[in-house]
Design a protein around this ligand. Structure first.
Ligand code: M7G
Length: 310
């Protein structure tokens, strides 16, 4: 059977059959870039081709086994000094050994609109949510357009994922359920990622937390971490527990992950440490009622329109 998009491929030569250099690629648009992974995602066209292509360039990681040779031929690696401050010096070097200069290049051609949309970054806005903005715009919007919480109710009343529950405290105020997050395979310790769902259905998010919830939060901190430590052998000081603000789902939950795991949603402005939240509430019972909370919103989020961000 012919592969998708390759019908009659015996006859039809594709761009990939003849490509020996990428000099004939004209960039129409930068779809996205990721400085951390040193990648850039481009839309454009190849010379002689009508249909667009997506090209992804990514600097290759340093080859660990070859790294000693980077320093072996002193004259090969030119070094330019950027600055020196006390014992700290920054330089840029330009190795000419292909071992250290490769750029991994992914070409999708012909690229459909879906491919292009998949790699396209959506513009984001930084929101400083005051208590007034929350009360007048965010809360009414979420009450009308928030995500369904059916899956949360199913977990709380044991109609779904009951066999996955790792720990349960059924106290109506301090109680919670601890279970693996949807995103975790349940076994790989390096990517350990669990979810605590509180039993109290009246707390939407971090914004609703008050001093009276400290016993609930301390209960989670001690019992959930202890259970994780016993069941998975991951000590408490190798776990991190935090809230998202804003969360996607408006029923209070805590994320707990292995410290080294770069889980989605741990970026600055989204993750709020459980221990910091307890400290803030101890200092002021109404800390989160009066705080201005900052977060980013994608332009495709309907809340962005409600807040007039465009
Ligand atoms: P969030 O901060 O509200 O949203 O976290 P986020 O997805 O933008 O981080 C909700 C968390 O619940 C996420 O980590 C999800 O992976 C997890 N989750 C979502 N659903 C629908 C389920 C589910 O059905 N079961 C379990 N176990 N976890 C879920």
């Amino acid at each position: 059977m012919a592969a998708e998009g390759q019908e009659g491929s015996a006859e039809v030569r594709t761009l990939h059959d003849d490509l020996t250099h990428i000099g004939g690629f004209s960039v129409t648009r930068v779809l996205n870039e990721d400085v951390r992974s040193k990648s850039i995602f481009l839309e454009g066209t190849f010379e002689g081709q009508e249909k667009p292509a997506v090209v992804i360039l990514q600097k290759k990681p340093f080859p660990r086994d070859e790294i000693a040779s980077y320093f072996r031929h002193r004259s090969d690696v030119l070094v330019e000094k950027t600055f020196v401050n006390d014992i700290y010096g920054q330089y840029v070097s330009y190795p000419d050994d292909i071992c250290f200069t490769g750029v991994q290049t992914t070409i999708i051609h012909p690229a459909t609109e879906k491919h292009i949309a998949k790699y396209e970054v959506h513009k984001s806005f930084f929101v400083e949510e005051t208590p007034e903005i929350y009360r007048d715009i965010v809360l009414p919007h979420l009450q009308e357009r928030g995500f369904s919480l059916q899956w949360v109710s199913n977990i709380l009343d044991h109609t779904a994922e009951a066999e996955r529950i790792v720990f349960e405290d059924s106290d109506p105020e301090k109680g919670f359920i601890l279970l693996p997050d949807l995103k975790w395979d349940g076994t790989t310790l390096q990517t350990l990622y669990l979810l605590v769902i509180v039993r109290d259905t009246g707390i939407r998010s971090l914004r609703d937390l008050r001093g009276k919830h400290i016993p609930l939060l301390e209960n989670i901190l001690s019992k959930a971490s202890e259970t994780i430590s016993e069941k998975y052998g991951l000590p408490r000081n190798c776990q991190i527990a935090y809230f998202h603000y804003r969360p996607t789902f408006e029923h209070l939950h805590v994320h707990i992950k292995a410290i080294g795991f770069d889980a989605p949603g741990t970026q600055v402005g989204r993750a709020h440490l459980l221990t910091d939240v307890i400290t803030n509430l101890k200092a002021s019972s109404d800390y989160y009622a009066g705080a201005t909370l900052g977060y980013t919103l994608s332009e495709v989020d309907s809340l962005a329109s409600a807040l007039g961000l465009h």
